[in-house]
Design a protein around this ligand. Sequence first.
Ligand code: PLP
Length: 398
Amino acid sequence: SLVLAETIAGVKPSKTLAVSAKAAELRAQGFDVINFGAGEPDFDTPENIKDAAVKAIRDGQTKYTAASGTIQLKSAVQNKLQRENGLHYELNQLIINAGAKHTLFTLFQTILNAGDEVLIPAPYWVSYPDMVALLRGRPVIVPTTAENNFEITVADLQKYITPKTKALVLNSPSNPTGSVYSREKLQAIADFLAYKDLYIISDEIYEHFLYDGARFCSIAQLSEKIRAKTIIVNGVSKAYSMTGWRIGYAAGPEAVIQAMTMIQSQSLSNPTSIAQAAAVEALNGAQTSVAKMLAAFQERRDLICQAFQEIDGVACRCPQGAFYVFPEVSALYEKSFQGQKIRNSEDLAAALLENAHIAVVPGGSFGAENYIRLSYACAPENIQRGLARFKEFVQNLR
Ligand code: PLP
């Protein structure tokens, strides 16, 4: 009969995309909306990468590729993992997907049976719980605290691991908190998990966005035992400002990667051949654009953190990675703007968009009701103007 799958009812559309859509709608109506909602760099894709795509089209690289991706791109990923992370993977331990989000979805499809539990530290990236639920798994949210830099500990794992636990998701640097696990903290987790029967999904998409001399460490680097159960998820979207090209990848145990390849061969066929050629240039070509973007983001991070210092009732930590700030805003709850009461993060985001014309994402979507997320991947002038509006908005709360 004409009914949808039961899983659909329990899943929500991506909130971050919804905020951007609403902001675009107001902008189309002529309002000067400043968008702190976007999860993407505002830089253009570097020229050398675009040129590689144009060349691929001219050279006729416009047909199906192998389901797991071209040899050229898998080799480029292999070199990247060796060069930047000191990790060696065989080509049959690598797969290219249509964005890291698609990598994660395909991975969950590969490992989850109905009712399998996936540990997801909160605040989490919006899509993890919904993806797991969509595949009939059970997202188990592991709360963290600001005092602990939003990081999970061995004690948390001890508390939440059950015989049904299939996987743990780690995301460092984190969206939305910007927290970065130190090598020592990861080592403690790795030592504890070495003899546990579960997969570790390490989402490393913000790997290159590190500030104040923070160093990136992948948990897969910490021991062979851990590497054997870890699937690294990464992609070119953020580091090379290629969000629209849709190229992500995974590195992990051969059995997992081969099963993912099988699913991909029956669903996607392959990621776009032209985007794959562009990603080869991103990974193999000059890396100067990454450093340039990073320098700009460091300045913007400092700018936005400083501006938040001047807003009463908003506590903003200065994060070490990614390109988001995640201020605590619960002191504003129960106040009203022009008679309209703000009860939670969703109300606050709606009021900010409606009245100050700034788009932010409510923390509730990340499992952190007392927070909101702002992306500072936007022009410094907009950070200044936007935060001035934020300040004025707060001053007018009663
Ligand atoms: N993982 C995290 C933590 C992200 O924030 C994002 C994008 O917002 C992704 C994965 C997906 O990236 P992609 O654009 O490659 O699908």
